[in-house]
Write a protein that binds this ligand. Structure first.
Ligand code: SF4
Length: 93
């Protein structure tokens, strides 16, 4: 079983209208945006051809890597765990 297959076994209960991660784009420079596209294990940060950052919270693994990676940029991101009963449910095969 490869990584993509393992990730696809997880279940997500998305808290529509209450994202647990908010990105403040005005605080991110180009390098910060590039870093986010590299560090997220779920590949939820992407850059388009204009260098604009897109983020999809629905597949978040709640690992906190993006939060740590942006810790040096005050106010760049609001990160909290999803509310009870929402978020990822890990399935191990
Ligand atoms: S918490 Fe982890 S999985 Fe979720 S967006 Fe950040 S890096 Fe990606």
């Amino acid at each position: 079983m490869n990584v993509e297959q393992k990730l696809s076994a997880n279940k997500f209960n998305v808290d529509e209208g209450h994202p647990h991660i908010l990105i403040h784009l005005e605080k991110l420079d180009d390098e910060a945006k590039r870093i986010l596209t590299v560090v997220c294990p779920a590949g939820l940060y992407t850059l388009n051809e204009k260098g604009q950052l897109a983020f999809e919270v629905a597949g978040c693994l709640e690992c906190g890597t993006c939060r740590v990676a942006m810790a040096h940029l005050s106010g760049a991101m609001d990160w909290e765990h999803p509310r009870a009963s929402f978020g990822v449910q890990f399935r191990c095969g």
